[in-house]
Design a protein around this ligand. Structure first.
Ligand SMILES: *[C@@H]1O[C@H](CO)[C@@H](O)[C@H](O)[C@H]1NC(C)=O
Ligand SMILES: *[C@@H]1O[C@H](CO)[C@@H](O)[C@H](O)[C@H]1NC(C)=O
Ligand SMILES: *[C@@H]1O[C@H](CO)[C@@H](O)[C@H](O)[C@H]1NC(C)=O
Length: 555
């Protein structure tokens, strides 16, 4: 960019400058000093250039030049810190920067949800069983958009059911097919005693009739050849479970998938980068047991000394399946008894600390999970989890399947690593953990990441994540780097040291972004954030809301 010409006009020309300098030398001793300093700087610059080391070439003000010169060693190398610079001013237009403000939608696409005839819907028993599976995400996203329970859950004005959902297909930009093939297969596998090669006729009995109905009973599929239709595929191999005929029937639509994998085939062969949208997985803790992180943490994401809300070990039995709540604490259960106000004050009085008192996160790093089966070999977690548990034999055929003898991360101070935990115990520990380890499982993605985000735990991707070929949910709008740590597989063994070396300041920065932004990626129903983030991707797909822009010069 050129300087405004006004600045040039006020600068004296070279022929007026020399007499002015001479006058100034006569009247002001400070000018002599300035000349001497300039001479010294010149000598230093010449000296370092004789040594053929790079001399500072930027026009520097005198003070800074002297400071830099003093920090050049005899060999002309910079030692010590660079002189500090001020932060850049904030931009007037925040939208010039990425990541975007997620509260500002790119556009508001309208989504129609097909209403399938009874005989094409899954039986209620299959649906309710699926709420306990990892494939619950397809049910939950459907429900948030089409069918929020308004009585148990007051729907806020910008809830996606209000803003994105339409019951009028003629005004729709996109069409959601309520096909839940993962739930169908889950039910099939439960009945078949976990024989995962079993298919229970999913193609001819379920996928194909639904797709035929969508094609024939409405004009919308044909109108776009299916390109503006959305279908859930939250299983590891996406549509890889179905026959060629079923796959061809769904192929033209966009899939909502939980595994975004960019590795070469066979690992990444099902993910269609140009067409599919990666969604978060549902998790047992949040989406089946409805454990509420806000019962464990305060509004800033700091662990409460005293848990609040209604959590009980039997929560899954005594709460109606509604929605996971991750933004508001559970309501306090009404007190039953003779004189509730007295009981209430007694209860308050009996507490040792105030209900809002917080404690420090005193677990340095947490991990709950296994190491796979003896037959898995490197297929499970790329062998990364073999570092987590003590390896006494150094035998690749026995747990933890490590070729070396080592004590494992589990024995390090502050590392809370175990194969499993009871739900409430896990929730309590998550709330008190700084870092959460996220190595791959059979795939790069694992559901525990969303539990970390919901509980304000900074995720540590070890050999997984955006720098290991994993496409993260909503990566076009959410800066995963800002709230996560990445350790490449070849440095996995250095994970404890890498985490220890992070400054408290940087940890706190990441923790705050996890709490402010990371949480918005988690599947929940009250805000419906996942649909708001899906909508941003839909806006881009159809370029909705685009206006002819001003011409932008290229440099
Ligand atoms: C859409 O096209 C298919 C085959 O191309 C046809 O069988 C179907 O009837 C069409 N749907 C509608 C509503 O016309
Ligand atoms: C899916 O569509 C692509 C073109 O978009 C085509 O090349 C591919 O063969 C189709 N796959 C199936 C299974 O129909
Ligand atoms: C390694 O472990 C397997 C299974 O536990 C065992 O059969 C084998 O003998 C062990 N090999 C060695 C060298 O210890």
């Amino acid at each position: 960019m050129s300087e405004p010409s006004g600045h040039l006009a006020t600068r004296p020309s070279p022929c007026v400058r020399l007499p002015r300098l001479l006058t100034s030398l006569r009247s002001r001793p400070s000018t002599w000093l300035a000349l001497a300093a300039a001479g010294l700087a010149l000598a230093l610059a010449l000296r370092s250039s004789f040594k053929a080391s790079p001399a500072p070439v930027l026009p520097l003000s005198r003070g800074v030049e002297a400071k830099i010169a003093s920090e050049l060693s005899d060999e002309g190398e910079l030692v010590g810190d660079f002189p500090p610079l001020d932060e850049l001013d904030e931009l007037d237009d925040r939208d010039r920067l990425w990541p975007p403000d997620l509260d500002k939608p790119l556009c508001t696409p309208k989504i129609y949800v097909y209403d399938l005839p009874r005989e094409l819907r899954l039986p209620d028993s299959t649906v309710s069983q699926c709420r306990w599976s990892a494939y619950n995400s397809e049910l939950l996203l459907y429900q948030v958009l089409a069918d929020p329970p308004s009585e148990t859950l007051p729907v806020p004005p910008n809830h996606p059911h209000r803003t994105l959902y339409t019951s009028d297909p003629s005004e729709a930009d996109f069409f959601l097919v309520p096909l839940f093939p993962a739930c169908y297969l889950f039910d099939c596998w439960v009945k078949a005693g976990w024989t995962k090669t079993e298919r229970c006729d999913v193609d001819a009995s379920y996928v194909q009739p639904v797709m035929q109905h969508v094609r024939e009973a409405f004009p919308y599929w044909n109108a776009s050849s299916g390109a503006d239709h959305l279908i859930f595929h939250p299983m590891d191999y996406v549509d890889g479970y179905y026959t060629e005929t079923s796959r061809a029937a769904m192929n033209a639509s966009s899939y909502l998938v939980t595994v975004g994998d960019l590795r070469p085939k066979p690992y990444g062969q099902h993910f269609r980068f140009y067409r599919d949208i990666v969604i978060p997985s549902s998790t047992h803790l949040l989406n089946s047991y409805y454990i509420n992180p806000m019962d464990y943490l305060n509004e800033e994401g700091r662990p409460l000394a005293q848990l609040r809300g209604t959590q009980t070990p039997n929560r899954k039995l005594d709460i109606l399946p509604t929605y996971p709540e991750i933004f508001l604490p559970s309501p306090t259960p009404p007190l039953k008894g003779f004189f509730p106000p007295l009981l209430s004050s007694l209860r308050r009085f009996s507490r040792l600390s105030s209900p809002s008192a917080t404690v420090e996160r005193d677990i340095f790093a947490i991990f709950r999970g296994g190491v796979g089966e003896p037959t898995d070999g490197e297929a499970y977690s790329l062998r990364i989890r073999s570092l987590f548990f003590p390896s006494a034999s150094g035998n690749l055929s026995s747990s933890p399947y490590s070729s070396s003898i080592h004590h494992g991360f589990a024995s390090l101070p502050g590392f809370d690593i175990a194969p499993s935990s009871d739900n409430l115990d896990y929730a309590r520990r998550l709330a008190r953990s700084k870092f959460g380890l996220a190595p791959p499982g059979y795939t790069l993605d694992t559901t525990r990441v969303y539990e970390y985000l919901a509980f304000g735990v900074v995720p540590v991707f070890v050999g997984s994540g955006p720098h290991a070929g994993q496409v993260m949910p909503f990566a076009n709008d959410v800066d995963w780097d800002a709230f996560s740590v990445f350790v490449p597989r070849e440095r996995a063994h250095e994970t404890p040291r890498i985490l220890r070396e992070m400054s408290e300041e940087e940890y706190e920065r990441k923790r705050r972004v996890v709490w402010e932004v990371g949480r918005k990626v988690v599947l929940e129903g009250r805000e419906g954030n996942a649909w708001k983030l899906i909508a941003r991707q839909l806006c881009r797909m159809k370029r909705i809301g685009l206006t002819p822009g001003p011409e932008i010069a290229n440099n």
